[in-house]
Write a protein that binds this ligand. Structure first.
Ligand code: 13P
Ligand code: SF4
Length: 311
């Protein structure tokens, strides 16, 4: 689309949004033209908080992936939540089928069940508490149980086990992962960039492999990477997460240089959302995301507990 057409569509979305008393909640991995018109732009935790705070909004248009829109809907049972593309589904969330979780629970009846928000609502319904990449270690450290079942991301489970060494964190399933973040490998490309820019700070997401996390200056959620980039005195940053965040950093933090840790690493699920289908979703108020109430009543509990336990 030409820049003039992009601006025109952005203007139409903004106008219609106001007319309908709608809010546009946008994840950091969305394309720049959607980020630019967000009412709130952030990571999974920030988006959950913003959704909980939806106030008298009539409609939530969620530009992210399925589990994020589901979480917004669970927190707002009386509001309509739309996700502009039905195919914006996080493959990691589907890596924890209910039967696998139930059998792990039977095997470890005394363990706390902690689930990453990147899960389906039916799995959340079986959890004690949910977490995001921003608060997993913080929440696990507050639990009474010594053993914790954590799923589906084995790399985030590893990250938590390093930060909270007095707990035993068991990943469920054994090999759950994000297809996008494991592509960074052990950080070979990032190390090459570091040789060229020895003063650069390496900021990495906890969904990356442990070998890469160990090389990082900081391991943070996408919101954490954004805040660190703003606050740090460093001038160059190597970013180990999806490229949408790099777009945001370059746009919002001028005067600093942001280098992706891989040439181009993009989440195809996130990129199913476009400016065009966002406009259509707002116009038609569809496709609606709604969890059946019997599951929603149970899935809501661990999300609310997460928001209470998270500083
Ligand atoms: P954040 O909560 O850090 O934004 O991560 C969400 C996600 O899906 C990472 O791949
Ligand atoms: Fe899911 Fe990975 Fe995409 Fe995040 S980056 S939405 S975990 S597939």
């Amino acid at each position: 689309m030409r820049r003039a057409d992009v601006s025109e569509l952005q203007r139409k979305i903004t106008e219609l949004k106001e007319e309908k008393n709608a809010v546009l909640l946008v994840h950091n991995y969305q394309v720049a033209e959607i980020q630019e018109i967000a009412d709130y732009l952030g990571d999974s935790l920030g988006l959950s908080r913003r959704a909980q705070d939806a106030g008298d909004t009539d409609l939530i248009v969620f530009c992210g992936v399925d589990f994020m829109a589901e979480t917004a809907s669970l927190l707002n049972p009386d509001k309509k939540v739309v996700l502009p593309s039905k195919t914006a589904r996080c493959p990691m969330a589907a890596m924890l089928p209910l039967r696998v979780l139930k059998s792990a629970k039977e095997e470890h009846p005394d363990a706390a069940v902690v689930l990453y928000v990147n899960t389906l609502a039916e799995a959340k319904a079986e959890a004690d508490v949910c977490t995001t990449s921003a608060n997993t270690a913080e929440i696990i450290s507050q639990l009474d149980e010594e053993t914790v079942l954590f799923g589906p991301d084995k790399n985030l489970a590893w990250y938590a086990s390093q930060r909270v060494p007095d707990k035993t964190v068991i990943p469920v399933p054994e090999h759950g992962h994000c297809n996008v973040h494991v592509l960074f490998g052990v950080g070979e490309e990032a190390m090459r960039l570091k040789e060229e820019h020895p003063d650069a700070e390496l900021l990495v997401h906890p969904e990356c492999n442990p070998e890469f996390q160990m090389k990082a200056d900081y391991v943070l959620s996408t919101g954490g990477i954004y805040r660190r980039s703003k606050e740090s005195d460093a001038k160059v940053f190597i970013i180990g997460t999806e490229v949408g965040l790099v777009d945001r950093l370059r746009r919002e933090i001028p005067g600093k240089t942001f280098l992706p840790a891989l040439d181009y690493n993009e989440c195809s699920a996130m990129k199913r959302i476009t400016l065009e289908n966002t406009y259509q979703a707002l116009l038609e108020e569809a496709p609606v995301v709604k969890v059946p109430e019997d599951i929603a009543a149970r899935a809501r509990v661990p999300i609310e507990r997460m928001l209470e336990m998270s500083g």
